[in-house]
Design a protein around this ligand. Structure first.
Ligand SMILES: [Zn+2]
Length: 190
């Protein structure tokens, strides 16, 4: 059971819910890694999701936001629980067939509204960037970006304050030089 955030070790929450996978994974970047964080597995538990949302909201208490937006599907629950604790609206952006993202009709965005964009784990930040672009296209202003985990190695830069509950550095390997491949550990796509 998660306690109030601040006491909660984020990695421990992933562990407790079986969301910290250990083995041999093919990452979207094409590199191999012995670890993977499956945030969907963590956030399916409302109590854990609540604790994460409370923690995320705590990182942005100093800012006034009209809404929180996350990229679907991974960012939907996170945006919701964060918005709940910030007292703002929760929106999501969806993938377009062309590769960008859009905000569907019915999710109201008024020009000039200020928003926080969130994503579970940020590696390159590409997905949250597309969600930001979708909200900006409706005239809103991104004032901050939040994530549960920063895996970018300090490379993520959104031009606005970027705050995360934790920072993790997992080793990743070039497939040609991967010790897990050499050891014959079966590779899983994630
Ligand atoms: Zn490998």
């Amino acid at each position: 059971m998660p306690g109030s955030i601040g006491e909660v070790d984020v990695l421990q929450m992933y562990r407790e819910t079986g969301a910290l996978l250990e083995g041999h994974f093919l990452l979207r970047s094409g590199r191999h890694s012995p670890m993977f964080l499956q945030s969907t597995t963590l956030l399916q538990h409302p109590l854990y999701a609540e604790a994460v949302g409370e923690g995320m909201a705590g990182l942005f208490e100093d800012l006034e936001v009209d809404f929180v937006i996350g990229p679907a599907m991974g960012g939907v629950v996170l945006a919701f629980v964060t918005a709940k604790h910030l007292g703002s609206r929760a929106l999501f952006a969806e993938k377009e067939p062309q590769g960008g993202m859009y905000v569907r009709e019915g999710l109201t965005i008024r020009p000039g509204e200020r928003f926080l964009a969130v994503e579970d784990v940020i590696t390159t930040g590409g997905s949250v960037q597309r969600a930001i672009a979708a909200a900006r296209a409706k005239g809103a202003e991104c004032i901050a970006v939040g994530a549960i985990v920063d895996r970018s190695g300090g490379r993520a830069d959104f031009g606005v304050p970027f705050r995360t509950l934790t920072t993790l550095e997992f080793p990743t390997y070039d497939p040609a030089d991967c010790p897990l491949c050499k050891a014959g550990v079966p590779l899983q796509e994630v």
